[in-house]
Ligand binder design. Structure first.
Ligand SMILES: Cc1ncc(C[n+]2csc(CCOP(=O)(O)OP(=O)(O)O)c2C)c(N)n1
Length: 374
């Protein structure tokens, strides 16, 4: 399907608000929205639940349903607002969801998507949300989309389209707003790893960052035993790291986060800080984008991560954007006797041939636990 055809049909049906969290399966459509919608009418939210809420606000203000896009892993983040805000037994608010179907049964995908893929349709059913699978052919999809708008008008209920891999034709984002850093994320990751000891632990976030940690260990001929790769569960790495750091005071625990993941559950930051552990170290690789799923911008450019950290209760915070500055700051950050955060400003993009972990998540867990508790 051509993304412009879909976009124009949505506009014809009075959609003037698009919001959500980007997904690799929807990246062409997300890119088209980014390029063609004025900022006021397109919001990349911190998490998918926020998108449902924003769409609800839009409906209250205009009487028109908004479009909310997300990966199916984001359904978990929006169960609460779908059941206690938009549901017909509460406020009964219409919105059109576009959900990328990672882990579709019988299609090859990464382990973190398999379960979510199996239950995606069932989750919608159990929540009482009517849905269709989006056909690839626009001419077939068109009457279905028009029916969805009719249904929303009649019932005021949300409606969802599940979108299979390969549904959309290619569209490349033109309006890329990138930060000015020249520092490559994989190089930054390698620089930090080279300065850690064998006892140190890394809990890395979803997407390219975990893949680059994995590849860096291979390149340095090191074991993966020190690394917990949070392949799913975006935004929760720092809480996993906190859970470990609270129990293992003799181990330094480093959370390797992304700015999108940092934003997604930013409330965790204050809780991390409240424990003020000398062995808890938070590193945020900030490229101001959801790089792993198409480089759509996050909103982090209006904020200052190291200031957020200090205002949230971390005792120390640093920000660097070059390898020289990183190397200079690392010894102090590593030896700080308090909860500390280091922001590393990096540029968007990853290697074309970036690999993925070969071991299954449970193999990663077993090796990691043996090392941590050995
Ligand atoms: C709940 C949830 N929503 C969306 C996704 C899809 N997703 C995977 S990685 C990613 C982007 C992460 O961005 P960031 O943390 O800034 O790291 P970067 O990719 O830029 O390195 C997204 C949106 C997901 N895995 N889980």
């Amino acid at each position: 399907m051509n993304v412009a055809d879909l976009y124009n049909l949505l506009k014809e049906n009075n959609v003037s608000c698009f919001c959500g969290v980007p997904d690799s399966l929807l990246k062409d459509f997300c890119a088209y929205i980014t390029d063609n919608t004025e900022e006021k009418n397109h919001t990349i939210t911190a998490n998918e639940g926020n998108a449902i809420a924003l769409a609800s606000g839009h409906y209250l203000a205009t009487g028109n349903p908004a479009v909310v896009y997300m990966q199916n892993s984001g359904i978990g983040n929006c169960v609460n607002p779908l059941l206690s805000l938009t549901d017909e037994e509460v406020y009964n608010i219409p919105l059109l969801m576009l959900i990328g179907w990672r882990g579709e049964p019988d299609k090859k995908d990464e382990p973190q998507h398999i379960k979510q893929g199996k239950v995606t349709d069932k989750l919608l059913e159990v929540m009482g949300i009517k849905y269709e699978i989006m056909p690839e052919d626009f001419q077939i999809a068109k009457p279905m989309i028009e029916n969805a708008f009719k249904y929303m008008k009649e019932t005021n209920a949300p409606f969802a389209f599940i979108v299979r891999k390969g549904t959309f034709e290619k569209y490349s984002l033109k309006n890329k707003k990138q930060n000015t850093s020249e520092f490559k994320r994989e190089e930054a990751i390698e620089t930090v790893i080279k300065n850690l000891s064998e006892k140190d632990i890394i809990v890395s976030t979803t997407g390219h960052i975990s893949r680059e940690v994995y590849e860096t260990r291979n390149r340095l001929d090191q074991s993966h035993k020190q690394d917990f790769l949070t392949v799913g569960s975006m935004g929760h790495s720092s809480s996993i790291a906190l859970g470990i750091a609270l129990q293992k005071s003799n181990r330094k625990v480093y959370c390797f986060d992304g700015d999108g993941a940092f934003l997604m559950h930013q409330g965790a930051i204050i809780v991390n800080a409240s424990k003020n552990l000398s062995n808890f170290k938070h590193v945020v690789f900030n490229n101001e984008a959801h790089d792993s799923v198409g480089s759509q911008p996050t909103s982090i450019n209006v904020a200052n991560i190291s200031q957020i950290a200090l205002n949230s209760g971390y005792k120390k915070a640093y920000s660097v954007s070059t390898k020289t500055d990183l190397l200079e700051i690392l010894p102090e950050f590593i030896s700080d006797n308090c909860a500390a955060l280091l922001e590393i400003k990096v540029k968007c993009g990853a290697r074309e041939d970036l690999g993925r972990p070969k071991e299954k998540p449970q193999e990663n867990k077993t090796l990691f636990m043996e090392h941590l508790n050995g």
